[in-house]
Design a protein around this ligand. Structure first.
Ligand SMILES: Nc1ncnc2c1ncn2[C@@H]1O[C@H](COP(=O)(O)OP(=O)(O)OP(=O)(O)O)[C@@H](O)[C@H]1O
Ligand SMILES: [Mg+2]
Length: 269
């Protein structure tokens, strides 16, 4: 990618100037140009900002205070909830620059990350954006198609400029040089401008099972390196909530499903 990443958006559903991020730049060709608040920002009420944050329907009810403590809950989940609550409460003076929720499927990583995003958009006047990693890369790739109506810049602008970005499922796309370069450039841009990024991933940093790749292998060492400074790691382990609720109510669960640490393998490369 050689396009300047802070170029303004040409078209968008929410605001043709800022794509709902609330930020515009005067110099589209200068990646280090200063951003200023878009004129639409003053008129963006909470509902509009929530709508612009593109939280998926499935997570519309995810809140910090409805993260259940079911029987036998792993202590990393309680710790993760506490970290999330503190982060949202202290923002913008939180001590962690961002958060990286790491763990197997169904432990509530996206739930907690969405809950923070919602809280900040609702209470702190920020613009937020939920982005699925695979969808993002697919959209960028599709934008190279000459018949595509959307340019790479149009896709990237809100991702780079949202006050708080939630990048969900980091690493799920099979790593190629292009994937690694693209994710590095996105993270690097937010890193340089010290923008808050919340991330979820199934990939961990150490793995006792050599057949399961680690995060650095999935996104490349440069991107992983930036994350050390951008995000506090929040390990989450325990049962797959989807499996538990599939068997009845959470609180009434008597079966002890296999630990998802054992079963919740990272996605195959
Ligand atoms: N402790 C919890 N309390 C209430 N709901 C939960 C809890 N943990 C998970 N859920 C719910 O279970 C579902 C799965 O959780 P979520 O999608 O956050 O898991 P995940 O860790 O992101 O999984 P994956 O790695 O597969 O994306 C969601 O509907 C979520 O709201
Ligand atoms: Mg998830």
């Amino acid at each position: 990618m050689t396009t300047p990443l802070t170029a303004p958006l040409k078209q968008s559903a929410s605001c043709p100037r800022c794509s709902g991020t609330g930020w515009v730049t005067t110099d589209a060709d200068d990646p280090d140009a200063t951003l200023r608040r878009c004129s639409c920002y003053a008129n963006q009420d909470v509902d509009r900002r929530l709508e612009n944050s593109l939280i998926p329907q499935r997570y519309k009810i995810a809140r910090l205070n409805n993260f259940d403590h079911y029987p036998g809950i792993d202590e990393t989940l309680q710790e993760a909830q506490l970290i999330a609550e503190k982060f949202a409460e202290a923002y913008p003076n939180q001590k962690d620059p961002g958060l990286l929720f790491q763990g197997p499927s169904g432990v509530g990583k996206t739930h907690l990350a969405v809950a923070i995003l919602r809280e900040l958009v609702t209470n702190c006047g920020i613009t937020g954006r939920f982005v699925d990693y695979r969808d993002l890369l697919r959209s960028i790739q599709n934008s190279y198609n000459p018949v595509s109506k959307t340019s790479e810049i149009e896709i990237l602008y809100p991702v780079l400029n949202a006050d708080v970005l939630l990048l969900d499922e980091l690493g799920t796309r099979r790593p190629t040089d292009w994937v690694r370069d693209t994710v590095t450039q996105i993270l690097n841009d937010r890193y340089k401008r010290e923008r808050v990024t919340l991330i979820t991933t199934n990939y961990e940093d150490d793995n006792t099972d050599p057949s399961v790749p680690i995060l650095a292998e999935r996104i490349g060492p440069y991107a992983r390196s930036r994350l050390y400074e951008m995000c506090r790691e929040v390990p989450m382990h325990g049962k797959d909530f989807r499996q538990i609720t599939g068997r009845g109510t959470v609180h009434g669960a008597t079966d002890q499903p296999q630990s998802s640490r054992a079963t919740g393998r990272a996605h195959a490369p």
